[in-house]
Design a protein around this ligand. Structure first.
Ligand SMILES: O=C(O)CCC(=O)C(=O)O
Length: 261
């Protein structure tokens, strides 16, 4: 799918070869300085109505990212649980694991309540979390969902991470390793494009549809941030792709307020 987003991404990638934006700022949960003063090319996409996406193609270095990939692939206790969607049981089409700080309310989705592992069990995850906090001043993530896609038949279908647990405007920071996969965003049905009335006519509706979908190729070592009302107003997915033959690992860092639940 060629969308406006992918054209912008190509421009951002070209810019990476030359001049780059400063991406790593001082700040974050611990208030530490950036793990790197590396200059990064970023794409900021305003989705309208208080939703934004930020994409950093080279968030982590290439070899460092492979080191994380191999560690996570080997040491994470991956499971493929049975979940219930629309009243039907099915095996989740990817491997998952959950890590969270102590004392948080339990996460549950689709009839499944994952065991919350401790950050201390997987020290490299704490390093990645610190890099995320450093790159996103003011962020303070305390939980992490890990996904492993073993090939192009593994996927995540259209959904929003809009569980009450997270609150209405929670940000999600998503770090990817290994095989590149397409990540799609589309506006939830009934949510108007930038507050405008929906257009009349087939052609106008098709133009609206294209304007309301975005596609990102999530690269090895990249960071994608969904902010504001993105989970309230948008759906996202990683569709099946026959060409994606190798393993991809994705980490989604989230903040669970300790009073949630
Ligand atoms: O693998 C990805 O990039 C997305 C994962 C995702 O949508 C989720 O964990 O909710």
């Amino acid at each position: 799918m060629t969308t406006v987003t992918n054209l912008i991404l190509k421009a951002a990638a070209a810019a990476e070869n030359g001049e780059e934006d400063p991406g790593g700022a001082v700040g974050g949960c611990s208030g530490t300085s950036s793990s790197s003063s590396r200059r990064r090319s970023t794409l900021d996409l305003d989705l309208g109505n208080g939703s934004q996406v930020v994409y950093v193609a080279r968030f982590l270095g290439y070899q460092e990212s492979w080191d994380y990939f191999h560690y996570l692939n080997k040491h994470i206790p991956w499971t493929r649980p049975t979940i219930r969607v629309f009243g039907r049981s099915s095996v989740q089409p990817r491997d998952v694991c959950y890590v969270a700080s102590e004392g948080l309310p339990d996460l549950a989705y689709s009839g499944y309540q994952p065991h919350a592992h401790s950050w201390d069990e997987f020290p490299p995850l704490k390093d990645i979390l610190e890099a995320v906090h450093s790159a996103l001043p003011g962020s303070c993530f305390n939980s992490l969902l890990l996904n492993r896609y073993k090939g192009g038949s593994d996927y995540v279908s259209w959904h929003a991470d809009d569980e009450k647990l997270y609150g209405p405007t929670h940000g999600i920071a998503s770090v990817s390793f290994g095989c590149e996969r397409e990540f799609l965003l589309k506006r939830k049905p009934g949510k108007n494009f930038r507050g405008k009335k929906r257009s009349e006519g087939k052609r106008a509706r098709e133009q609206d549809r294209v304007a309301e979908q975005h596609s990102f190729t999530l690269k090895h070592g990249s960071l994608l941030v969904m902010r504001g009302y993105t989970q309230r107003d948008w759906l996202h997915s990683v569709p099946k792709r026959a060409k994606a033959q190798s393993t991809r690992i994705n980490l989604t860092f989230r903040l669970v307020p300790s009073h949630a639940g």
